[in-house]
Structures are given as C-alpha cells and as structure tokens.
Design a protein around this ligand. Structure first.
Ligand SMILES: Cc1cc2nc3c(=O)[nH]c(=O)nc-3n(C[C@H](O)[C@H](O)[C@H](O)COP(=O)(O)OP(=O)(O)OC[C@H]3O[C@@H](n4cnc5c(N)ncnc54)[C@H](O)[C@@H]3O)c2cc1C
Length: 223
C-alpha cells in the first residue's frame, strides 16, 4: 500500500501560572492556524499545560522500533524553531521556542475505509481505531470510538438477553449497519482534510488548497 507520511511535531509546554497571565495573547481555547502547505493546532490541557502540534508533510524517517513517536536531535529542534519564526506568528513561534523537549509523531495516510465492522460470522466486532484508523485531521477519532462502543453495547443489549449465536450475529449486523456508513465517510473526510491542509493535490484536476489565496468557498471545505 502506498503510504504518504505526515510528520507531526508535537510538544507540551508546562507552566505554572494560569494562561491569561502567562500567555495573554493565547487565551484559553483551541487555536488552529494555516500556513502554506502546513498547519498547526494549539490547545489547553488540564493542569496548566498547553499542547501544540505542527503538521508537516515530509520524507519517511527510519523508525528504530515499532513506536511512531521519535525523539528529535538538537539540530532538528533548532531548525524547527528557526522555521517557526518564518512560518507562524510571534506568539506561537515563542511557544515552540520555549518548549523544552518537542517530539515527532509519524502519521501515515489511512487506507481505504474498512468494508466491515463485524467479522467471523458475527463472532467478532471491531470498534474505534481497530476498525477504522483515521488520520487526525478531522479531530473526531476519539468521538467515533466512543460512539462505536455505545452503539455496539446497545445492539448487544437489545438482541442478546440470552447467549445465542444467532442473536449475537443480528446484534453485530445492526451495529455494522448503523456505524459503517458514518465511520467510512469520516475516514475519507479526514483524509481529504489532511490533503487540503497540507497543500496536496485533491480531486482529479490537480486542485491544491493554498491558504494564502483561498476563497471563502474553498476555506469552507475545511469544516
Ligand atoms: C498523536 C495523536 C493525536 C491524536 N489527536 C486526536 C485528537 O485531537 N482528537 C481525536 O479525537 N483523536 C485524536 N487521536 C486519535 C485518538 O487517540 C484515537 O482515535 C482513539 O484513542 C482511539 O481509541 P480506541 O479506544 O479505538 O483505541 P486506543 O485508544 O488505541 O485504545 C486501545 C487500547 O488497547 C490496548 N491494547 C492493545 N493491544 C492490546 C492487547 N493485546 N491486550 C490488551 N490491551 C491491548 C492499548 O494499549 C490501548 O490502551 C490522536 C491520535 C494520535 C496518535
């Protein structure tokens, strides 16, 4: 399977003062910023922490083990900080500069949406990422997993009062009918969002989203 790579630079900045005082220009909510062929998000975490993510489309690195999280060299961090000054506003660039140990998460394009959620003749059901690995550009993967589990639980409760293979198969079939169209559409939507935000070709006519020149209509595709 051809896989395209996203480098997902990420860091957490710990600070001990509430945000409005520490970073009055950042506020308390979720920030999203687009630049040419790249984008970044910044949001608040519990315990006075900020998390930022800078999405970069790049060459596939060699991963030392099975983890997709990589430590980065001092030289890479320095390069990132310099680049941040050119790409992002001064507040975000400062946040990136002051983050002590940023790291890289490697993200691969999801394949085609799964054709099924229920397997092995109604004996196995998949939920969440196991069923539909999704690129993070839609910011909905966690919700999808939670809803899968809830719907599956309801279907099992409805049909499976008595343990019986036939009722279990019906429960799983109903679960699949309810969730498959939704999650399949989300996988494709997230993949398209990722391509738009990274300035990759979308559609058959070579269209590329460019944050610098995008019309209002083009921007509305990012929803
Ligand atoms: C870097 C990154 C950023 C993300 N950002 C967002 C975001 O902003 N918004 C969003 O909605 N989603 C985001 N996601 C996606 C989100 O984390 C997943 O979609 C979500 O966690 C999927 O939940 P899950 O329960 O299906 O799987 P998981 O959360 O992966 O849970 C699976 C669990 O099973 C355990 N496990 C695995 N194998 C075994 C085994 N053999 N025996 C027992 N246990 C096992 C694992 O340890 C894990 O705890 C992000 C993901 C990543 C990696």
């Amino acid at each position: 399977m051809a896989r395209r790579l996203r480098l997902h630079r990420q860091g957490e900045l710990h600070h001990h003062v509430r945000h409005p005082q520490a970073y009055p220009e950042l506020g308390n909510c979720l920030y999203f910023d687009l630049a040419y062929k790249t984008h970044a998000v910044l949001y608040e975490l519990p315990n006075n922490r900020l998390n930022w993510i800078w999405y970069i489309n790049g060459a596939e690195p060699v991963l030392p083990g099975s983890s997709v999280t990589m430590k980065v060299s001092d030289a890479m961090v320095e390069e990132m900080r310099e680049e941040a000054k050119r790409v992002w506003g001064p507040e975000l660039a400062r946040l990136m500069r002051e983050t002590v140990e940023p790291f890289v998460n490697v993200i691969y394009d999801a394949g085609e949406p799964t054709p099924r959620l229920s397997w092995a003749g109604g004996r196995v059901a998949l939920v969440g990422d196991a069923a539909h690995a999704t690129t993070p550009h839609g910011l909905r993967s966690t919700n999808m997993s939670v809803v899968d589990a809830r719907v599956l639980g309801r279907c099992l409760a409805r049909y499976c009062r008595e343990p019986c293979a036939r009722s279990r198969a019906r429960a799983l079939a109903e679960y699949e009918a309810a969730r498959l169209p939704v999650v399949a559409a989300q996988v494709l939507h997230a993949r398209r969002l990722g391509r738009l935000k990274q300035g990759l070709v979308v559609g058959s006519h070579g269209e590329v989203f460019d944050a610098r020149t995008a019309t209002e209509e083009e921007v509305s595709q990012l929803r």
